[in-house]
Design a protein around this ligand. Structure first.
Ligand code: HEM
Length: 130
């Protein structure tokens, strides 16, 4: 379940709020025309929690395995580093699952950012080894 757990974290908590695209031609989406040349803000978190696509989208479900989440973007310019990000995150989650029984975190202090969901402080308050 390690890859599924990471995918659900990314779906539930998109680390990048918004990214941009520029329309190179008129495009119609759901009856709305985006004119050629327009700048478009892509809200990954909104797509990840679209109830038309995911049942109970505001619930974190480690068994969901949402392999089509949008947190790495989409298409030819989707995240070029996602293979490395997955490798690192899977190694960490697997090591925690094997070696740690309980992990308690403090309330986070967020770092305001228009682009990323960032922390200024996130402390580990308690670790119990497995
Ligand atoms: C959890 C970790 C990461 C997340 C959530 C993430 C997210 C994203 C997102 C949302 C985009 C924009 C995709 C789009 O426009 O469709 C992006 C692009 C990109 N990312 Fe990541 N990223 C992560 C880790 C990394 C790492 C580790 C690297 C490099 C080693 C990396 C390199 C890049 C590059 C080069 C692009 C630009 C790709 C292009 O425009 O063709 N990312 N990433």
């Amino acid at each position: 379940m390690v890859p599924a757990a990471f995918a659900e974290v990314l779906r539930y908590w998109a680390p990048v709020h918004i990214w941009g695209r520029k329309a190179t031609r008129d495009v119609e989406i759901d009856g709305v025309t985006i004119p050629s040349g327009a700048q478009v803000g892509i809200l990954f978190g909104a797509g990840n929690r679209d109830p038309r696509h995911y049942a109970n989208p505001d619930t974190f479900d480690v068994r969901r395995n949402p392999v089509d989440h949008l947190s790495f973007g989409y298409g030819p310019h989707g995240c070029a580093g996602q293979g490395l990000a997955k490798l690192e995150a899977h190694a960490i989650i697997e090591a925690l699952a094997r070696r740690v029984k309980t992990l308690a975190l403090s309330d986070e202090v967020r770092e305001p950012s228009n682009i990323t969901r960032s922390f200024e402080v996130l402390q580990v308050e308690k670790v119990v080894a497995a």
